[in-house]
Design a protein around this ligand. Sequence first.
Ligand code: SF4
Ligand code: FES
Length: 366
Amino acid sequence: MNSPLPSTRSIGLPIGLLAELTHRCPLACPYCSNPVALEGRDTELSTDDWKRVFSEAAKLGILQVHLSGGEPAARRDLVDLVAHCASVGLYTNLITSGIGVTEELIHQLFDAGLDHIQLSIQDADADSADKIAGYKGAFKKKQLVAGWIKANGFPLTVNAVMHRVNITRSAAMVELAMLLGASRVEIAHTQYYGWALPNRSALMPSRAATEKAVADVDALRKRHAGAIVIDLVIPDYHATYPKACMGGWAKQFINVTPSGKVLPCHASETIPDLEFWNVKVHNLSDIWHRSPAFNAYRGTAWMAEPCRSCDRRDVDFGGCRCQAFALTGDASATDPACFKSPHHVLMKDIAAAESSDGADTYIYRR
Ligand code: SF4
Ligand code: FES
C-alpha cells in the first residue's frame, strides 16, 4: 500500500469490463459473488449513465463488456444498453440466470447486437438445482431459455458453480451443457467471497470429492475435445498454488457496481481503507489510471516475502488480495492458497473441518 505509484505510462489497458447492472435477482444462490450488503434499486445508475460508461470503456480500449448482476434482465433498459454497446464497438456477453427472460427478449437482444450468452445452471439434478437456487421451477425454466438462446443463433456458455452438494455431478453438468447445445461450459468450484464466505461450511467439498470431480471433468475434456470447450476453475482451499486472481490486480479488468463504484474486482470492497471512485464523478480512464483502489496492489512493488523474491510473482501476482485479507487480516499478505504462505496450513485445516463437519443449511441471498 505504501509502494510508489506506477507511472501512468507503465499501466497497460484493460480488456474487459464487468457491468453489474443491478443486484436485484429472483434467485437466492448461497454462493452469489455479490456483496452481502446489496445495493438497492434506488441507487442504480440511469440508462444514460451506463451508456456514458460504455462509451468511455470503448474509448479506453476495452474490448468486451460482460452484462451481469444480480439478474441483468431485471433492468428494463437491457436491450437499449446492448444496442449502445454494439454501436460503440464493444463485444457483449450477457450473464444471466434465465429467470425473468422471455423468448421475445432473446429476439430483441439478438437484433440489438448481443454477441454471446452465459446461462447459469445450479445442478444437473432438477430438485437439487431448485433447492440451491432457492427458486422452485428454476431448472425447468433454464432448459426453455437455453432452447431459445440456441434457436436465435447465439453461442451459449453454461456456467456451473460446484460445491459439496453437487460436486459428484460435475461430469453430469458437462453432459447437460452438451445436451443444451453449449459450445463452452465453465465448471467453477466455489470461490469464497460475497455470500459464499458466510456459507463456506455448507459449501466446502472434501479433498477426495474434489480430486475425483477434477479427474472426471479432465477425462470428459479429452473425450469431447473439439465438441465443447470445458473450462475448469479449481478450488483454492485444496490447491498448492493460488490462481492469478483477475489476471492480476488492476491489470486486465474493471468492475462497475450498480451504483457506479468502480472496483478492481467484485470483492474488493471487503478490504478496508481502499478508496473507490465513482463513474458519476470521474471518467473511466482517470479511474483506471489514477484511482487509489486500482493503484493499491498494481504490479509487484507492494509485495512482501515470500512473493517478493518468488519466480512466480509475475505468474500469479501473489494470488487473491481479497482472500488474503479474509484469512489473514492483511490484504498484502501472500494468498494462503499458496503452499509458501505461513497461513496455508490454516486454510487446509478449515477445508478439512468444514467439509466433514459443516453446516447443512444455507444462508440464502435475499
Ligand atoms: Fe505466487 Fe507468492 Fe506463492 Fe510465489 S510465494 S507462488 S508469487 S503466491
Ligand atoms: Fe478480489 Fe481476488 S477477488 S483480488
